[in-house]
Design a protein around this ligand. Sequence first.
Ligand code: B4P
Length: 192
Amino acid sequence: MLNIVLFGPPGAGKGTQSEKLIAQYNLMHLSTGDILRAEKKAGSPLGKQAQEYSDKGLLVPDALVIALIEDKIKHNKQVNGFIFDGFPRTVAQASALDTMLNESSIPVSGMIALEVNEDELFVRLLKRGETSDRPDDKDPAIIRQRISVYNSETTPVAGFYSAQKKYYGVDGMKSIDTVFESISDVVEALKK
Ligand code: B4P
């Protein structure tokens, strides 16, 4: 079983690369951003609660996203493995994920971190904001807030996996296909 944590700042390409990974490796995609947006669209109480945070560029509370992921893992034990996209985003989430996966004896195989500079993140997110219905991509102040939250709350997660010798950095500034080749090299090595 292969469990990949796809990591990086907002707009680094986690969603983009996840789609390619699913196609190639037949893994189950768990994107907390996508799940929360679907809940919001459905108008569920969970979606409404999450929207209060995500529209402002803030992280949704740990307890809420941890419960979401726990439920998905519990109900999908038969899969080849998972791609965790946008989760964990705090050390508390990373440690909760370790506990969940260790209980099933299927630990995280590796964290693949997409490294992209801040100027490029702004360009990508504002460009997506021109055509998407995501309010968090339209306002430069909200994008700045998301990057600042990433720097303060999410970057420590990289240290969490480095300490376990599971951190694999990839240059995310290249073209989508070149980035995917680099990610695939890591995945192939992890499969061995
Ligand atoms: P997410 O949905 O995870 O969104 P993201 O970080 O903005 O996007 P991603 O990195 O996937 O970018 P993408 O591939 O689309 O989170 C949204 C919000 O949900 C968070 O702010 C938070 O509030 C909440 N949330 C989610 N998970 C949470 C958690 N675990 N805990 C608490 N809160 C949570 O790429 C962006 C753009 O760049 C696209 O337009 C793409 O086409 C382009 N692009 C990608 N790769 C490129 C490349 N190589 N070259 C050029 N352009 C590229």
